[in-house]
Design a protein around this ligand. Structure first.
Ligand code: GDP
Length: 215
């Protein structure tokens, strides 16, 4: 992965929580690049964000799946805004709740002009579910770049892990980055991708990006 030579590396632990917002209009002023992180509830999003930031406990793990209704904003090294989207797909959530989630996300995607990349978190053991595929469709329609990230890779051993990764790639047409928060695996690669996609000023085409990430 080439990082443009003059781009400043991000000091990831220099991250702080900014605020939680209930809709896109409440975003703080500023035009920092944004990276949003999405996934099914319980996919390991809070754990991954804490590991990515190198800050244990900064992102609260939700004890109550499906009960997060806000976008949580994190400022990373005064260069980047990471937007933690509420987990979706909680089977027992009432329909009205699911509709609220969809409206919130739709609203965010249509207003986030500085959104550079969405990380789609998928549990390596389960692969993409219908709600993940719906999100992929929505991102593709909106022309928003996204990257699959397989979580909890430590739960599978070598061959099984490779097999699941290939199945995921076949299902969504992009190769996921395998990660484990428990074993701090894949985190540097993820940081590099985010730095290149969101912070460096490299003019890049979607074609070359796809060629690089689809291996
Ligand atoms: P969230 O609901 O998506 O924010 O998920 P959490 O980060 O709260 O994680 C859900 C559950 O998965 C918790 O019990 C975590 O301990 C577990 N978990 C998260 N990441 C990993 C990982 O990399 N490996 C393993 N083995 N478990 C994980």
């Amino acid at each position: 992965m080439n990082i443009v030579a003059d781009s400043k590396r991000i000091d990831w632990p220099n991250t702080c929580f900014v605020q939680s917002v209930a809709d896109a209009n409440q975003f703080p002023a500023g035009d920092w690049p944004q990276v949003a992180v999405a996934g099914h509830s319980n996919v390991g999003k809070s754990s991954l964000l804490n590991t990515l930031f190198g800050r244990k406990g900064l992102v609260k793990t939700s004890k109550n799946p499906g009960c997060t209704r806000l976008l949580n904003l994190f400022e990373v090294d005064a260069q980047l805004l990471v937007v933690d989207l509420p987990g979706y797909g909680y089977a027992r959530a009432p329909k009205a709740e699911k509709n609220r989630w969809a409206r919130l996300i739709d609203d965010y995607f249509s207003h986030a002009t500085e959104l550079k990349l969405v990380l789609l978190l998928l549990d390596i053991r389960h692969g993409p579910k219908d709600s993940d595929l719906q999100l992929v469709e929505c991102l593709n329609e909106a022309g928003i770049r996204w990257l699959p990230v397989a979580t909890k890779a430590d739960k599978l051993s070598g061959n099984e892990r490779s097999r699941r990764l290939k199945e995921m790639k076949d299902a969504i047409m992009l190769a996921p980055i395998p990660t484990s928060s428990l074993k701090t695996m894949g985190i540097e690669q993820l940081r590099n991708v985010i730095e290149e996609e969101a912070v460096s000023n490299s003019a890049d085409t979607i074609e070359s990006w796809l060629a690089r990430t689809t291996r």
